[in-house]
Design a protein. Structure first.
Length: 187
């Protein structure tokens, strides 16, 4: 494998991850929540290698697929119960093991591994239900440093956009729609 493009998955925010690769500095910490088989985070990793940057990048997922999405469950079953071995294989083939660290945990549980105000950025693309997105934001937003950013995918989903707005509107934080389907909030 030579490119993230060979990895099965959904990824339409290359421009946003290109910006992340420019912003991230050595020793910054970045978390992607919801990894599937690693297409997007491997793209980011490849950019960081090209730019000779060394932030700490973490890939948080249960690696068991979304429990409410049959396509995910069927694929996970086909793979023997987890996408983690496939993800690790992709990291190995692309030479990204030293750049991206997988964390096999539920999102909220994984957030406890990080101190508040310790992450340059968090990207959320896991459970797409209102409750799931709300919990992810509530758990991860305190982990983001001042002037850091929280972002996510599936802005076009009514449940996702409602959860994002319901959390950030009372905080008077501007939610920016980043086409085609992402959202961004600066802390």
């Amino acid at each position: 494998m030579k490119s993230y493009k060979e990895i099965d998955g959904w990824f339409d925010y290359e421009d946003l991850y290109e910006k992340f690769s420019n912003i991230l500095k050595d020793n910054d910490k970045f978390v992607e929540v919801g990894v599937w088989k690693g297409r997007s985070i491997c793209f980011l990793g490849q950019l960081l290698v090209i730019k000779d940057k060394k932030p700490e990048v973490f890939a948080v997922d249960t690696f068991k697929g979304s429990q409410n999405e049959g396509v995910h469950l069927n694929e996970v079953d086909r793979l023997g119960g987890s996408t983690l071995p496939v993800f690790k294989k992709h990291l190995n083939e692309l030479g990204l093991e030293g750049i991206i660290s997988p964390i096999e945990k539920e999102s909220v549980e994984a957030s406890h591994l990080f101190e508040d105000n310790s992450l340059a950025g968090v990207f959320i693309d896991a459970n797409h239900s209102y409750e799931g997105v709300s919990q992810d934001i509530k758990s991860w937003y305190p982990k983001v440093v001042e002037n850091g950013w929280m972002t996510g995918h599936d802005w076009d989903s009514e449940e996702v956009s409602k959860a994002v707005n319901d959390y950030f509107d009372p905080l008077r934080k501007l939610v920016i729609h980043y086409p085609p389907s992402c959202w961004v909030v600066a802390k």
